[in-house]
Design a protein around this ligand. Structure first.
Ligand code: NDP
Ligand code: BG6
Length: 483
């Protein structure tokens, strides 16, 4: 089975900030891969804008080098295709806060192509760009605008950002990226839940003891200390990526796989989240231990910003009341590993009384690395000698099961093509972002009120000791952060 690729219609994609890190590392290599797979038409145009003066040729050379760096394998980058891709690129020198360059940009856009504006610049420029696109008439009723985190720093700033965008664009034109939604395994979570009859009848508090969502990273904040120290794990990961994982795990089945049907259900989950008390949160900050600690990478030597957070989250609705969702994420942990673990309750009555402590079934959805699904089952230990039980994994690695479907595409490949297709299902709606911030703000406020410092933890471990206690006192334990 070979992956089916449906080409999109031709488009003009304007990337404000087209010479920046995000454009060079993610957006343009993803577009190249889509052209290689036959999805991006060869007559599509990509127009980068930035303040720096640069010729079209120099920009093309910059992107040639970016492709070499971020798609390192020569065989993945056939020279003829690189040439075709570079021909699609153009560059306009333009300060989005100024008046020069906009006519030049207008002259490069076609009336009969899909038009999308990707704002790959700091969020402080989003409002100015949106209103300029509207004033200059470059934004048509069908054009799309793409923005990316940070979508606000708190509820108030997120509302202000939404207000600025919606002053010039309708909600159906606004594509708010959370790159986790573009990950193949995250989409697979919806397929697993809603395309299989097996799990849905069990997917509730009656059968599920608890859920653990883990996004562990082995990297630290090196090189990003300036941004990260103003953000912390709660704003950087929980408010957006982990919230999306939680919503997709907990939401009711939408009536259709359509943007608002899916987003309505996610929003209902966020609105049903209980406020989290300070006893239900643990913050950590990695210390120096043979290598630089968190404080060595940020300006403020007394920073209280968390590089780790664990929370016990309760959802007050009929499906989930009484079944906690424990979530955790952190930098400088033992390994890079993200998973959603659904831990089922034990059987109501054991007919094997001599077998002591057993665990319930568990369904593990591995997001990265080695994407796949494992179902933990209890079976009889083979051989004579009585009824001994043991746990075994029913393990499916997507790489093995879907080997003939080709490489798993990067999240940006899927998301940028969805922008062109006009499909908002995997993008966040404004009210969803605001609701997520309202819930997050309350947690941040409890931390501010307490004045406590984050708990130190050793790099290369599984986070602060107190995070273990968060589950221990409920008679549960975290799954190992494994390599
Ligand atoms: P960079 O600083 O690397 O790039 C910023 C780009 O914006 C440059 O091309 C810069 O070029 C251009 N720019 C800055 N000011 C203006 C202006 N006034 N007018 C026109 N162009 C301007 O940032 P990143 O690429 O890393 O990030 C861009 C945005 O994406 C940020 O909001 C970031 O938070 C977000 N993001 C980034 C991720 C990443 O992996 N890098 C991941 C997720 C989100 P010049 O200076 O020549 O104008
Ligand atoms: C980004 C965060 O949004 O997601 C980073 O700003 C984090 O701090 C990254 O490292 C994780 O993404 P991924 O795709 O590597 O899991």
């Amino acid at each position: 089975m070979v992956a089916r690729t449906i080409p999109v219609e031709t488009f003009d994609l304007v990337i404000f900030g087209g010479t920046g890190d995000l454009a060079r590392r993610k957006i343009l290599p993803s577009l190249f891969r889509r052209m290689r797979e036959g999805q991006m038409p060869t007559d599509a145009r990509i127009i980068a804008c930035a303040r720096g003066k640069m010729s079209r040729k120099a920009f093309q050379q910059m992107i040639r080098e970016a492709l070499e760096e971020f798609i390192p394998n020569d065989t993945d980058r056939p020279e003829d295709l690189v040439g075709t891709f570079l021909k699609a690129l153009d560059f306009v020198t333009l300060d989005v806060m100024g008046t020069q360059g906009w006519d030049d940009l207008a002259g490069k856009l076609r009336d009969d192509a899909i038009r999308a504006f990707y704002l790959s610049v700091g969020p402080g420029l989003f409002g100015a760009i949106a209103s300029k696109l509207s004033e200059t008439g470059l934004a048509t009723p069908e054009s799309r605008i793409v923005v990316e985190k940070p979508l606000g720093h708190d509820y108030t700033s997120a509302c202000e950002l939404n207000r600025q965008l919606s002053a010039s664009f309708d909600e159906h034109q606004i594509y708010r990226i959370d790159h986790y939604l573009g990950k193949e395994t995250v989409q697979n979570l919806m397929a697993l839940r809603f395309a299989n009859a097996l799990f849905e009848p069990l997917w509730n508090a009656q059968h599920i003891d608890h859920v653990q969502i883990t996004v562990a990273e082995s990297i630290g904040v090196e090189g990003r200390g300036g941004y990260y120290d103003k953000s912390g794990a709660m704003r950087d990961m929980v408010q957006n990526h982990i919230m999306q994982l939680l919503c997709l795990t907990a939401m009711e089945p939408p009536a259709r796989f359509e943007p608002d049907a899916v987003r309505d259900e996610k929003l209902k989950v966020i609105r049903a989240l209980d406020p989290v008390t300070s006893e239900e949160t643990v913050r950590g900050q990695y210390r120096a231990n043979g290598e630089g600690g968190y404080l060595d990478h940020v300006e403020n030597p007394d920073s209280r910003t968390e590089s780790y957070v664990a929370l016990k989250v309760q959802i007050s609705n009929w499906r989930w009341a009484g079944t906690p969702f424990y979530v955790r994420t952190g930098k400088k942990l033992r390994s890079r590993m993200s998973e959603i673990a659904v831990i089922f309750k034990e059987v109501p009555h054991s007919i094997f009384p001599e077998v002591s402590q057993r665990k319930g079934n568990a369904l593990i959805i591995r997001l990265q690395p080695d994407e796949g699904i494992t179902l933990r089952m209890t079976i009889k230990d083979p051989g004579p000698g009585g009824m001994r039980l043991r746990e075994v994994p029913l393990d499916m690695s997507f790489a093995d099961a879907l080997a003939d479907a080709g490489a798993v595409p990067d999240a940006y490949e899927r998301l940028v093509m969805d922008v062109i297709r006009g499909n908002q299902t995997l993008f966040m709606r404004g009210d969803e972002v605001e609701a997520a911030w309202a819930w997050t703000d309350a947690i941040l406020a409890t931390w501010d009120d307490s004045g406590d410092r984050p708990h130190p933890y050793d790099p290369g471990g599984s986070g602060p000791e107190d995070a273990l206690a968060l589950l221990h006192r409920d008679g549960r334990r975290w799954r190992e952060v494994e390599t």
